[in-house]
Design a protein around this ligand. Structure first.
Ligand SMILES: Nc1ncnc2c1ncn2[C@@H]1O[C@H](COP(=O)(O)OP(=O)(O)O)[C@@H](O)[C@H]1O
Ligand SMILES: [Mg+2]
Length: 256
């Protein structure tokens, strides 16, 4: 189980453009932590920084586990699967096991595969080519692959995007159950604010102008803040932590 996930003064620039600027927050073990914000805010960049796929210019990500090495499961944004992709759902899930040097699965791995496919309700899809699955079924297969090693930390980049409401709920229920049953800590990027309100324990609202963390009700019901971030219709940043210009004093304190 994860003991701590802490992001400390993270700065990421691409080609001189500041994407993440002095971002700091903590995620508690076992919680469902939503990341919301407009397109281009840096949400995917943040997950990639946590994964170590992107090296920040400054700041650090500290991930501490209980005893063993921390295992991270990740479902990237908009994975493109060709309709003709011949790999079966169970083979695809099994790719997440990347275990030893044997080309076949050990008994333990087969058991884990079976368990996770049961858990994600993908067993009946096991032999189907993933190219033939519906959007919701594919996302459950992706989730199964990310979960098959029983990760301590699960990172989901818009796993519910483009799904019908029922499939969205099914996905979020699975994530919630994984948190409840194995104590997995989940960070999920989501555009559906209703889902965020229903499932998130805490929320990070991220934009290029700044960020804010808090309880879903505090963030989602802050109309001025939400309007500013999503529609840019106000010149003020409300109560966000924002990057001070020279004429401003830095905002004090850790976000919360
Ligand atoms: N590897 C990269 N190289 C250069 N620019 C990038 C790279 N990844 C993302 N960006 C840019 O960083 C910004 C934030 O991207 P991203 O993190 O994908 O935003 P979000 O997920 O919030 O929509 C975008 O302007 C994007 O074009
Ligand atoms: Mg993204």
């Amino acid at each position: 189980m994860l003991r701590q996930l802490q992001i400390h003064q993270l700065q990421v620039r691409f080609n001189g453009e500041q994407i993440l600027n002095d971002l700091s927050f903590k995620v508690a073990p076992g919680e469902l932590f939503a990341i919301i914000g407009p397109n281009g805010a840096g949400k995917s960049t943040l997950l990639k920084s946590i994964l170590g796929l992107i090296h920040p210019q400054q700041g650090d990500v500290s991930i501490l586990g209980d005893h063993r090495k921390v295992i991270v499961g990740y479902v990237p944004q908009s994975r493109v699967i060709d309709d003709e992709t011949p790999i079966s759902a169970s083979d695809f899930v099994s790719l997440g096991q990347i275990s030893g040097f044997l080309p076949w699965l050990s008994r333990k791995e087969k058991k884990a595969l079976n368990e996770i496919m049961q858990f994600t309700d993908t067993k009946r899809l096991a032999n189907k080519p993933i190219g033939t699955l519906s959007g919701g079924e594919r996302q459950r297969v992706f989730l199964a692959q990310a979960l098959v090693r029983k990760p301590d930390l699960l990172l989901l980049d818009e796993s519910t995007a483009n799904l019908d409401p029922e499939a969205q709920i099914q996905m979020m229920e699975l994530v919630k159950n994984a948190a409840k049953e194995w104590g997995v800590t989940a960070l999920f990027i989501c555009h559906d604010l209703q889902m965020v309100g229903t499932y998130a324990d805490h929320v990070l609202l991220l934009s290029r102008q700044g960020y804010k963390t808090g309880h879903p009700e505090d963030i989602l019901h802050d109309r001025k803040l939400m309007t500013t971030v999503f529609h840019g219709s106000s010149s003020e940043n409300g109560t966000m932590h924002h990057v001070p210009t020279e004429s401003e004093l830095p905002l004090a304190g850790f976000p919360q």
